[in-house]
Design a protein. Structure first.
Length: 201
């Protein structure tokens, strides 16, 4: 059996590395949603002389609106999870999409072990969460978001960990959220070489 997302050997729908990536992204999505909200207004000029405006400007950035609207898929996933587990839906039915997104991410994050091991929809959820996360990052930028540092090359129980390494903004030591391997700045060159060897294998 192999992971339905990355096709690495696994005894579940998602391998440990893909399950860890899913959990990490679910942790970060509520903050990304809020950061997109801060970017809704179009950028203003520098205060210097400007030409007379002939047409009224669009009051919000439509690309940001589109990205925020896409987050509505998360409460839908949480409801689907509750249905398949025959549980009462725990997602808020508030008018505020941000509150529903935060609640849905908490529900899904708490169920990641069950999702990875048991839910046939696990890979579809992981793909949608990854696409949502990556799309939002392209708009927000990465200045105050964790830097993506490749995959963890540490060997755990005879297999490469493979979880995505994320370096939180302002931190110096890189720590794998899955296997807890640490990579201080002095070993980053060796880390890159190890990652290259793993990808070439």
């Amino acid at each position: 059996m192999s992971c339905e997302l990355c096709e690495r050997p696994a005894d579940a729908y998602l391998c440990p590395a893909c399950a860890a990536d899913l959990a990490d992204r679910l942790d970060l999505l509520p903050a990304l949603y809020e950061q997109l909200g801060d970017m809704l207004a179009p950028a203003r000029g520098d205060g210097g002389r400007t030409a007379t405006v002939v047409t009224a400007p669009i009051p919000v950035r439509l690309d940001v609106v589109d990205h925020r609207t896409a987050f509505a898929v998360l409460p839908s996933w949480a409801r689907a999870l509750a249905d398949d587990r025959e549980q009462a839906a725990q997602v808020l039915r508030a008018d505020d999409l941000g509150a529903r997104v935060t609640a849905a991410c908490a529900v899904l994050r708490g169920a990641v072990p069950w999702i990875a091991a048991t839910w046939p929809a696990a890979a579809d959820l992981a793909r949608e969460v990854r696409d949502l996360y990556d799309g939002a990052r392209t708009v927000v930028g990465a200045d105050d978001l964790p830097a993506r540092m490749g995959r963890c090359p540490a060997v755990v129980d005879g297999a490469v960990c493979g979880a995505e390494l994320l370096l939180p903004h302002g931190q110096q030591v890189l720590r794998c959220q899955w296997c807890s391997a640490t990579y201080p700045p002095g070993v980053w060159a060796a880390l890159r070489m190890a990652q290259t060897k793993v990808s070439a294998a």
